[in-house]
Design a protein around this ligand. Sequence first.
Ligand SMILES: [Fe+2]
Length: 213
Amino acid sequence: MEAAREAGTGRPANGAAPDFLAHWVVKTARRDEMIAWYREVFGARVVHRDRQVTFLSWDHEHHRLALIAVPRVLRYLFPLARLRRKVLGIDHLAVQFASLERLLTTHERLAGAGIHPVWAINHGPTTSLYYEDPDGIRLEFQVDNFPTVEATAAHFAGEQFAANPIGVEFDPAYLLDRLRRGDDPTELLRPGAGTRPGTTPRSGRRAITWRTL
Ligand SMILES: [Fe+2]
């Protein structure tokens, strides 16, 4: 289990591979909103700031996100940038949480701050919450549903994934209720476990809407 969880931080056996993803860089017309959002969401700290660039980190790295300030008037291009993300290029960055409890308590904390996911879906291999930062950059907060890389690979090769590679939407507050009630956390990682009684979740291609795309 630890091998899978630590896969992003261990030295890869493949000699051609870099050791890990260090940071990403965003040209932004709303720097202050971005700083505030990452402070709230990841507990980010500003490690450097000058007129043009800001470096943020939220863990052991010297910076995880660099913001390059561009003229504020460019924020009017925001709808175009959002549209572009929906149809072309990088769709999202995924960050890992070590447990379902960490994922769901993060959801609860952010909901209290008025920050809500655009999509909550159990993909099969992962239980995932998608958020968008003030620039519309999409981040997937995920927890692995299987304990090992091998078990996940077997799921990719199986019938369930072939029949529904997108997954089943879930209600994060309901799933957290179940966790706090003492339901088995492993059981809660199954697609459908987060379906509040009396509701019908969107599943498969029906879960892809203009909002979730
Ligand atoms: Fe993803």
